[in-house]
Design a protein. Sequence first.
Lengths: 550, 550
Amino acid sequence: MRIALAQLNYTIGAFDDNTKKITGAIARAKRENADVVVFSELSVCGYPPMDLLDYDYFIDRCQQSIRTIAKECEGIIAIVGSPAHNHDPIGKKICNAAFILQDKEIRGIVCKTLLPTYDIFDEYRYFERNRHFSLCDLNGQKVAVTICEDLWYHHTSDVSGKGKLYTVNPVDELCRLKPDFIINISASPFSYTHIKVREDIIAMNALTCHVPVFYVNQTGANAELIFDGGSLVINAKGAVIDRMALFKEDFRIYETQNITENTADQSPVKTEDTIALIHDALITGIRDYFRKMHLTKAILGLSGGIDSAVTLVLACRALGSENLRVLLMPSQYSSDHSVQDAVDLAEKLNVQYDIIPIQDIFARYQHALKPLFMNLQEDVTEENIQSRIRGNLLMALSNKFGHILLNTSNKSEASVGYGTLYGDMIGGLAVLGDVYKTDVYKLAGYINSEGIIIPPNTITKPPSAELRPGQKDSDSLPEYEILDKVLFHYIELRRSQEEIAALGIDKSLVQKIINMVTSSEYKRYQTPPALRISNKAFGLGRRMPLVAKY
Amino acid sequence: MRIALAQLNYTIGAFDDNTKKITGAIARAKRENADVVVFSELSVCGYPPMDLLDYDYFIDRCQQSIRTIAKECEGIIAIVGSPAHNHDPIGKKICNAAFILQDKEIRGIVCKTLLPTYDIFDEYRYFERNRHFSLCDLNGQKVAVTICEDLWYHHTSDVSGKGKLYTVNPVDELCRLKPDFIINISASPFSYTHIKVREDIIAMNALTCHVPVFYVNQTGANAELIFDGGSLVINAKGAVIDRMALFKEDFRIYETQNITENTADQSPVKTEDTIALIHDALITGIRDYFRKMHLTKAILGLSGGIDSAVTLVLACRALGSENLRVLLMPSQYSSDHSVQDAVDLAEKLNVQYDIIPIQDIFARYQHALKPLFMNLQEDVTEENIQSRIRGNLLMALSNKFGHILLNTSNKSEASVGYGTLYGDMIGGLAVLGDVYKTDVYKLAGYINSEGIIIPPNTITKPPSAELRPGQKDSDSLPEYEILDKVLFHYIELRRSQEEIAALGIDKSLVQKIINMVTSSEYKRYQTPPALRISNKAFGLGRRMPLVAKY
């Protein structure tokens, strides 16, 4: 049997485009004599459709797509992800299904059993779970068709905090029925540790069931969520036979009889390339945000610092430097060096730049506020006014010329609230919002590894917002090496203050950092979506009460 | 048996404060010879704790609170809501439980069966569900202890779109065991239709099980969620015996033998007082936002229009006019009337006000941008610059003096994106963000019903942002009567474009409005939490993809 895996990049709700991609791949699979072609989870509507699933017309459109696609299924079987109606009189109205399409008809519907409802996932919000297990007959082959999380029963989730998150293992149920192989259709988002974890869990399923697994993931980004793709074929011994492309569409055909226990293993997945993966993921995130919204042009504030420099390079690689424009907005406290570093980078990248000093506008605000502020001392207020002037100027260009503003804040700043709400925290998309400052430096190093692009001075000088004379980040924040370590243990690993202090960090410093995180929740509530590259990003996957004591 | 119902206002994560409230009510119940005292759902930690439940130390603190409270339970039984560990080796690590505390010990733990995971609820994200049903023996009385949603099996949710959302009815299971009565501990948020719906569903449970129901809800607001309280006692015939206070703490004791089928029914719940309920709910929302964050002072921009006028009145009633401060920021396009209306209102309410014209600052932006904008025509860009200048000035005062900025946008504007991101869409809390413009007028009428407070001119003049000469809302938007009708059917009722047009509204207008809603999703993503008074508010309860075609 020849199985084609179609790893495609879907846009949420773009039914016509998605259907066209799917029928195009079916045509190709037919031409290349495949017996079966497999698409990823919820492929007709894209993943995650979120509350669009609550609209009946949206479910109707999904069903129409399935019927349209079925018509192309003559001489081939297609497995396509889509919501399906739950015809039981009780339970939620839809399930998350794999449709088996053959001879122009719907020949079978398999619903998902394990509904991830943690971190960025909300599947139990929408879907009823499967309770009946049977194999699909695909031209005489008995196949266990599963959907994404169905393979993850054995994953010891840091969310569950214990052995198992679920009370049933669908793979156990299906393997009792002796399948010839497992097919899994997924929408499994990227994080820089997830590729390895995913391979391991799929291999474990292949090994315990002692059958090959054909695994199809979606690729491309939908807002903050980046899907790497990286679809897999794994043999009955749990060895990786093939890995499909990362961060792009791919299409490959496999002969099932060739996927034997003796098939040569691929080399283990490389885990040392974390920064390269993050680099590629962020470019995918930027590119798809713009492409799927039918946008082309971006703008950002270039300060001479490392965050905006890295953001600009990534944006140029995603969108082309001809679509970028930057604004340099020196304050009276900006160093000449900063302006020069910013100009150097813009010129190196061939990016249009303008310089608008903010001193005059700032003076006008000070004048207007003088009767109210009287002779009160300058404080963070004046820094924020300047930051918000920059925000206003950037948005003015955005509004006038249609450039989308890219936010350049990093995860360390976002964590501790070191930024100005409605000032430097604004934008349509936060490119580095899930990247700790120490990793921003590594990204800069990676970018410069094949020749200097980012001015060395930008990388080596001490970080500063340059909003008061001689200001440095280290005046207000601990060294980033320590800060990032505490943040990682608190946010990603959800350790307590005591547990983090036990790593050898001063307890009062840990307390201070955690307090900064919790007291800036209100700021993060109003910031743009941040491209997710870790297991615990701000936004969709981390939901904290705004009014709380903790 | 004497049952005390303690309807209290908890702060999320404020373990010491919450425990003190609970033990205080236990002491009072003992003094007043109650046999049992009942507290609401997750009372030790407050509801909803959201992802704090993922932190082990948070669950530990809940257990400590339970042990502390148990020590006070001598000569009385307390039923207290708290997360409990799930000791099964499989399933999520905690359940949402009612602890039965007696003789200084934990005598029983009942876990919640139905875990709401729709709209603002995310319970399956955290909790494992109960699968075993038994009654609690409270001094010889057999009691069905249930938790909130457990009574809602028969609710035909607009979310499920069909008969039943769940596959098991815990009340059926428990009533088979012949309880003497039902206790339900809840955290059921307010919406202006929910009080009636809630009474009906509880009455239906009493009637089908043929036993009285004692229902305890929490009161007070936690960020956008407002809990009315309104705890209930309903007899075996489904008649309401008593309703506890709305929007404040309350404590009452009932003799179970007095709750007979012959007990006199209360009059039906009044549904004509919707606007009064919304008024009280919003004041509760403002008050608790400030009180629970240890804040006292608020600021807002007073334009002379109806939205900021109503917001100011509500804020004064919540916080006291001595804690309010307003800024009038006329543009070159503001009418004298607007400034006068704003001044009149501030003086009437005894609120400190200052006037800062924005014309000079605006001119300075125009000058700075001139080399970039060249001779391009003025457009929405210039309106947005002015709106963001106002935002900057308000935030400057907020930063300098510690006033929290209240956002004054209404739900109609938020729906269609008629507002400036980082301009008039900013603030710590959106007071009217879930109130359609037509209801803002009704609130103004209600406020003025016992004497003019809001200047009549503010109510009668055509709405305008006054950001260009002669501008009116109706230049860009349909009449609010029609707009709000379309929005209500699209957002609250999730109707399709065709279904809304079938109400007799021009189809192209419906299409235009829906397009405005969908294309402004990115703006709402970055706006402050809005006090929730409807069944479908923006924010927590409505989760739409940002990058999508629909």
